[in-house]
Design a protein around this ligand. Structure first.
Ligand SMILES: NC(=O)c1ccc[n+]([C@@H]2O[C@H](COP(=O)([O-])OP(=O)(O)OC[C@H]3O[C@@H](n4cnc5c(N)ncnc54)[C@H](OP(=O)(O)O)[C@@H]3O)[C@@H](O)[C@H]2O)c1
Length: 227
């Protein structure tokens, strides 16, 4: 049985990953900040275990990595993310959320990869996947704005290029996936895709990954995206 650890599983895309991998008979380590408030995780089957994890808190990450020491994790999905306050454009930028957005979206993902590299290395599949965004692509930015969110996801991309290189010696494949534009709490209600469609697509991309893909950025439908 393959094993997946998912950050930010309380709702949205993370919860859908937990549901779909559980239905596919994986062992699912679903993590979230406050399990008692994560109503959607309550009715998942027995192959899902729930763990407390705040990716902005490095002690919380180290605690979980220690508690799971020796467990082979085939797939780590760095999914937890926040948008922060809308920066509202040049001249009215609210700088207060800059640090929080980076702490969760970029630094938290790096700390997770660092803390769980041994768990990945001892597994069969050895896959490190970060949920990025098209908004993190410098090459595709034609609309401007959204400074902090874009910059945090661009940082996530840069971090995973380095992780791909540094973890290749351990046989770990590291990629960034864009989920598309998905109807969750983070996105506008008019987003075109359901979480089920997005995660279904990303699971197909993940299932096809080979070591030759390491260091790449893919859309949920498998197209390679520019950094
Ligand atoms: N929806 C889209 O269209 C879209 C597009 C591109 C990229 N993404 C990315 O997809 C990922 C999932 O987003 P979503 O759309 O599912 O958003 P969401 O519904 O707002 O879910 C975000 C998840 O992240 C968790 N989280 C936030 N801060 C955390 C922390 N410090 N530690 C651990 N977990 C934390 C939240 O947990 P709590 O319940 O504890 O707050 C929640 O489970 C994010 O990385 C997002 O940037 C989404």
């Amino acid at each position: 049985m393959s094993c997946v650890l998912i950050t930010g599983s309380s709702r949205g895309i993370g919860l859908e990953f937990a549901r779909q991998y559980a239905a596919a008979d994986w062992s699912v380590l679903a993590t979230c900040r406050e399990p008692e408030r994560a109503a959607g995780l309550g009715d998942l089957p027995a192959n899902v275990s729930l763990h407390v994890l705040d990716v902005a808190d490095h002690a919380s990450i180290d605690r979980l990595a220690n508690r799971l020491r020796g467990v082979a994790i085939d797939l780590l999905i760095n999914n937890a993310g926040i948008y922060g306050t809308h920066d509202d454009g040049l001249g009215a930028i609210d700088y207060t959320s800059w640090e929080a957005v980076f702490r969760v979206n970029a630094i938290g993902a790096l700390k997770m990869a660092e803390a769980f590299q041994d768990h990945l290395a001892r597994s069969r599949l050895r896959l490190l996947v970060a949920i990025g965004s098209r908004m993190g692509s410098v090459g595709m930015n034609s609309r401007g704005g959204n400074y902090f969110y874009r910059a945090s996801k661009a940082a996530l991309n840069a971090l995973h290029r380095s992780l791909a290189i540094d973890l290749a010696a351990h046989g770990i494949t590291a990629v960034v996936l864009s989920p598309g534009w998905v109807r969750t709490e983070m996105a506008f209600p008019g987003a075109p895709q359901s979480a089920a469609e997005s995660v279904g697509g990303m699971r197909r991309v993940i299932a096809r990954l080979t070591p030759a893909d390491t260091g790449k950025f893919f859309d949920y439908d498998g197209r390679e995206l520019p950094w």
